[in-house]
Design a protein around this ligand. Structure first.
Ligand code: DLL
Length: 434
């Protein structure tokens, strides 16, 4: 049984969770209907009124909300409170389109801090830790989300935000940072810059705990970060529309992410039909907020791919359901001559090889009429000789061919030859679209 930030809520019995969810869902639907014209007309369009929500199953009768609906209602369209009651604005990072705004009341910020504390505590953060927050501060929810959670736990928070990696590393060394928060791909970048500075992150720094999210990352990337840093890694999930980071987090049992069900209802649907799929079946994550007051979200389509784990009680003692680590976004998957590929499938293979370095990229082009996938991989350390780089190419080719079911091209490049991103990594370069 793990220590918990809020044991009474994190280990509630299932019946009580169900009661809280129904009560909060009914309130959220009523407030949305009464205060947000968008929701009122969407519900009326289905012949529904708030009184029709009598059980959790009635959730399925509600219309879904997409990112496009948010964009179209820019800037204040989905607000359920007067703008004057909002004390904060954030925006989604806009990697898939123009950014969308989200607003928060004071109560929203308190709820967000509560779920962040649960996630950070679950990942090992305690009073006395030195906690370095490397995601961007500002409109992105990453920086401030981790920041307020860290302070509420009582850790010493270093708000470096993204970038200036050398300074980041100097602070880690000088202040004795014990835990970092960040975007997974950035954790490897920090390690490689440190090594150029003559610092071995495992030997010379005291960072032993990490919490990462904001983009899909595979189990083998998690193992690689753990090995390179000698740290215990946790996966945190979230999105601007649901406060930011903190919707769920992986516990020490390693079986997926607990979703805070007193704040969110999670459904998994078939992305093409919107119909719910069964437990352990993969589909699109749809989330409903239960405590958001400024911008309630009814059945928000995240575009993220995961599944509900039907694994019964978790040994950590938490009772909130678990979803599998997010595999990617429905729109990340690309098709090579009709075969669907998730970048995560390739990453999983690459990160198993210790000779593979810190970065990779997938380039898709037309070779005549056919699609061609080239996997660019950086060699680790100080690079490798021509022979070993050719034998790594051959080994990766063989394994990728069997995982993907077609023949990709594989090129091993010297370290640092692929462009770095300080925010979410750009893994796929689809030149067919140009
Ligand atoms: O990325 C919030 C966040 C910041 C989460 C820091 C975790 C850590 P957005 O910019 O709105 O918010 O992007 C949300 O990022 O729908 C997923 O596609 C992806 N994402 C977030 N966390 C994970 C994760 C933040 N742990 C979008 N695994 C989401 C996979 C993730 N994908």
């Amino acid at each position: 049984m793990d220590e918990m930030w809020n044991r009474s809520l994190e280990s509630l019995d299932r019946e009580s969770i169900g009661k809280i969810q129904l009560e909060r869902l009914r309130l959220t639907v009523r407030r949305s209907y009464e205060r947000v014209p968008f929701y009122r007309s969407a519900l009326k369009g289905r012949g529904l009124s708030p009184d029709d929500i009598r059980s959790i199953d009635d959730l399925r009768r509600l219309p879904m909300v997409s990112k496009d609906d948010l964009r179209e209602s820019y800037p204040f369209g989905l607000l359920a409170v007067p703008r004057e009651e909002c004390v904060r604005v954030h925006a989604s990072s806009g990697t898939t389109g123009k950014p969308t705004l989200v607003l928060y009341t004071r109560e929203d910020l308190q709820n967000w801090t509560e779920i962040m504390c649960r996630c950070l505590f679950m990942s090992g953060l305690r009073r006395g830790d030195v906690f370095q927050v490397t995601p961007g501060y500002g409109l992105f929810t990453g920086g401030l989300g981790f920041h307020y959670g860290g302070e509420a736990i009582g850790a010493t928070v270093i708000p470096t935000g993204t970038g200036n990696t050398e300074r980041q590393i100097n602070l880690m060394r000088d202040l004795g940072t014990t835990m970092i928060a960040g975007i997974a791909s950035y954790a490897l970048h920090i390690a490689e810059v440190a090594s150029e500075m003559g610092i071995d992150v495992k030997r010379d720094l005291q960072v032993r705990k990490g919490i990462f999210g904001a983009e899909a990352w595979s189990d083998s990337l998690m193992r690689k970060i753990s090995d390179v840093w000698g740290m215990d890694c946790h996966d945190i999930y979230g999105m601007s529309e649901m406060y930011g980071p903190g919707v769920g987090c992986s516990c020490s049992c390693g079986g997926g992410l607990h979703i805070w069900e007193d704040h969110f209802i999670v459904e998994i649907v078939d992305p093409s039909t919107g119909e719910p799929v069964g437990p352990e079946e993969e589909g699109e994550v749809v989330l409903t907020s239960l405590t958001k007051t400024a911008m309630p979200m009814l059945r928000f389509r995240t575009r993220d791919v995961s599944k509900i784990l039907d694994a019964g009680k978790c040994d950590c003692g938490r009772t909130h359901l678990r979803i599998a680590r997010v595999k990617g976004r429905c729109d990340d998957a690309f098709s090579i001559n009709g075969v669907k590929v998730f970048p995560g499938q390739v990453e999983y293979v690459l990160m198993k090889y210790p000779e593979v370095g810190m970065n990779y990229q997938l380039v898709i082009e037309k070779a005549g009429v056919l699609d061609q996938l080239t996997v660019l991989v950086e060699a680790g350390g100080n690079g490798m000789g021509i022979n070993s780089s050719q034998s790594l190419e051959r080994a990766l080719f063989r394994e990728l061919r069997s995982v993907l079911g077609f023949q990709p091209r594989v090129r091993v490049l010297p370290p640092m030859s692929i462009e770095r991103s300080e925010g979410k990594a750009k893994r796929v370069l689809d030149l067919r679209k140009k």
